[in-house]
Design a protein around this ligand. Sequence first.
Ligand SMILES: [Mg+2]
Length: 162
Amino acid sequence: MQKKNLIKLRLRNNSVVIFDVDETALNNYGLAKQMDFGYVYDLNKKWNEELKAPAIKETQDLYFYLLNKGFKIIFLTGRNSSEYDVTYKNLIQEGYSGFDTLITQSKENQKLKAQEFKSKVRTELTTQGYEIVGTVGDQWTDLNGPYSGIQIKLPNYLYEIK
Ligand SMILES: [Mg+2]
């Protein structure tokens, strides 16, 4: 239903769809299993650095559908800016070519909660002239707040970010 609405959108040259990264574009189930479904900082860091996360095929199908229609794509993740390079490389390695930008969480934004951070960035993008027509994410904190357009919520049975 939501995807149908996204597909019906009228394209403008500044129309953009925002995608989250973890458990939206990339699958970290293997990492979760390694961490015994808890959280281990070093294992998480190593997994990210070694570009281990595979693409989620259904997300990639939607991604290329939108890209081929002419929509711009921006990845917006709560991962720290220190992981910008490895995140970028993992996305490219897994076939996510052609996106506009990857935005990570900078030091100055790290005190913000997930939803505050993502809302702040979407507001800035809108001020810059982007028209955000949709947002795709596995957390409600990816989607709620201003300028999210049509919200596509993916399931996440591993964790919840508040
Ligand atoms: Mg996520």
